[in-house]
Design a protein around this ligand. Sequence first.
Ligand SMILES: Nc1ncnc2c1ncn2[C@@H]1O[C@H](COP(=O)(O)OP(=O)(O)OP(=O)(O)O)[C@@H](O)[C@H]1O
Length: 279
Amino acid sequence: MPDQAADRTVEQTGDGTDGAPGATPPAVRVEGLWKRFGEQIAVAGVDLTLPAGKFIGLVGPNGAGKTTTLSMVTGLLRPDQGRIQVAGHDVWKDPVEVKARIGVLPEGLRLFERLSGRELLAYTGRLRGLPGEEVDKRAAQLLDVLDLAGAQHKLVVDYSTGMRKKIGLAAALLHNPQVLFLDEPFEGVDPVSAQTIRGVLERYTTSGATVVFSSHVMELVESLCDWVAVMAAGRIRAQGTLAEVRGSASSLQNAFLELVGANGRDTGNSLDWLGGGSR
Ligand SMILES: Nc1ncnc2c1ncn2[C@@H]1O[C@H](COP(=O)(O)OP(=O)(O)OP(=O)(O)O)[C@@H](O)[C@H]1O
């Protein structure tokens, strides 16, 4: 029963998120965000402050509202209510400023399938207003680091799931955004490609940029992120540093189960026909 789970929203301290004059604005500030699809309330009053320069995980069970929240934060879906700022700019009042500063790898990524990987990056670079030579240089480096150089002339339609994620990531990084949003970047990706993606993202955040990614894989979030927000039933259950959100639990997984109220859920006798060989 997620609604009864305790909130563990951690007060922001220090790190440039407190609105002091001259301070770096948070990477993302969300206030009173709501989204309803017919009868279904997908996002129910989310307040979220994500500090700049961190590797941030947004976690939550299926249907928690992560994709809906990220879609609104990145300007892909209009909220019913609420205010969203990215790097100090209002997403819906100042979309051009925001879109220049962000990179997005959305869920169910739609790419220009009939372009090769290399052409896709060239096209993306031009859309971003980068000079041709710079696009060529960055595209070659990204393709190389992401182990796509051998497939750069293959059409995107012929790419595997993992290759699609990697070329989508390259396209999202090409203009060197301040904040990178990734919806389930590791889903369907083999361990070698996951390690490659991870290396690129770690290098990116080390230079002061922010990564915000959604995931169900707690071990991954625990090993990658220094900051975590937990979402369930359209609300934020906890947000803060990894240590703050984990609290006294032995792992992020256990803290998560406690926060979303799923601890101890079992099948009881409801699947008593399953197994044992009888039909
Ligand atoms: N376009 C839509 N029309 C109707 N309902 C929607 C739509 N998009 C999302 N929902 C509903 O809103 C709720 C939140 O969905 P959302 O995809 O944001 O969750 P999520 O946390 O990303 O889930 P998952 O981890 O399974 O991807 C769900 O109940 C979902 O069915």
